[in-house]
Design a protein around this ligand. Structure first.
Ligand code: MRU
Length: 351
């Protein structure tokens, strides 16, 4: 089945194994994490990346930490757990799925402690919660794919940015989930994948996973998108998101905002696809979304080759914010939301 075979993250005995996304597509190698410190490093250094995948990875990291804990009493167990939460929360600031997943795990622990469970029972509860978050993420992506497919014409050339695919989630993808959903619904889809400077998620990862699925994909450099639209070679744009504010403003990989403005100028639909865990109702507008600044080396070098002179200033904001007014619709696992984006009206009931 399309998108089902990609190994983003999994348990390997009592360790966590993930494909090293820094090395794809040249080599398919795997990183094994045996401690929560190693999990935090894997997130920070982008062995694993993409908002939902980061969240799932953090949840699994907390379950790993719980399994490794030598605490005999629940108080010590909970103190160690909180330290692990703090470590993971400090890895990447923009993807709200990270904080959402940590919160889910904290709530699971609190419920177990409240029920008077033993350390062993708490360990099991945390492992089950992490596994549930993993499986629910795949289900959410598939639902996004089903909803999103209804927005795709029966023949469509789709532009996407960065990698919001199986690799950026527990499986199937969000923006690429929409593309996969359309293909599975029998639509004839071709994809233009933005290279996505500086980390090249589009050229390396989107191109890799879509071609593995046999989906017709062409890589372009980021500065070609305008000309492609002007030439009538694009029917719609679909991207993922790292955090969507309550008013619909959406943070995503740097360059997304520019694409949204271009789509608007060319009268093309611009869709954002994300699971509900990406929506942050506590952030009123995009202006409050923290934007990660990543190391200058990602800009000064392509691979190991330096392309920028020494001693020149470099900026590397990893994300930008697309104002809601440029977004045609947000495709979530709960359905398609159109402007005006009163997202709290669609919030899942608390349970
Ligand atoms: O820096 P990255 O690679 O983690 O950024 C990823 C993105 O911007 C994705 O588009 C976003 O996280 C959505 S992934 C389904």
């Amino acid at each position: 089945m399309i998108g089902s075979m990609l190994p983003t993250i999994a348990w390997d005995g009592d360790a966590i194994i993930m494909v090293d996304q820094r090395k794809l597509p040249v080599t398919e190698t795997y990183v094994t994490c045996r401690t929560v410190t190693e999990v935090a490093k894997a997130i920070r250094t982008m062995v694993i990346r993409g908002a939902p995948a980061i969240g799932v990875c953090a949840a699994m990291g907390l379950a790993l930490q719980a399994a490794r804990s030598t605490a005999t009493g629940t108080r010590q167990f909970a103190t160690e757990f909180q330290k692990a939460c703090d470590l993971l929360a400090a890895t990447r600031p923009t993807a709200v799925n990270l904080f959402w997943a940590i919160e889910q795990m904290k709530q699971a622990l609190a419920q177990g402690v409240h029920a008077g469970e033993s350390v062993e029972q708490l360990r099991n509860r945390l492992r089950l919660t992490a596994d549930r978050l993993h499986d629910e993420d795949v289900e959410s992506c598939r639902a996004i794919g089903r909803h999103g497919a209804t927005l795709v014409p029966t023949q469509a050339r789709i532009l996407t940015h960065c990698n919001a695919g199986a690799l950026a989630t527990a499986g199937y993808g969000t923006a690429l989930g929409v593309i996969r959903g359309a293909v599975e619904a029998g639509h004839r889809v071709t994809v233009l994948a933005d290279e996505t400077r500086p980390f090249l998620q589009g050229a390396r990862l989107t191109a890799w996973e879509l071609t593995r699925d046999g989906i017709d994909t062409t890589v372009i450099t980021d500065n070609m998108a305008a000309a492609m639209m002007q030439g009538g070679l694009v029917e719609l744009v679909v991207v993922g998101a790292d955090r969507i504010a309550a008013n619909g403003d959406a943070a995503n990989k740097i360059g997304t905002y520019g694409l949204a403005v271009l789509a608007h100028a060319h009268g093309l639909p611009f869709y954002v696809a994300a699971p509900w865990s990406t929506i942050d109702l506590s952030t009123p507008t995009g202006a409050s979304i923290p934007i990660e600044e990543r190391p200058a080396r990602e800009v000064t070098h392509v691979g190991t080759t330096q392309v920028v002179p020494d001693a020149v200033a470099v900026r590397n904001p990893s994300f930008d914010v697309t104002p809601a007014r440029y977004i045609t619709a947000i495709v979530t696992d709960r359905g398609i939301i159109r402007p005006p984006f009163a997202l709290d009206a669609h919030a899942p009931a608390r349970h």
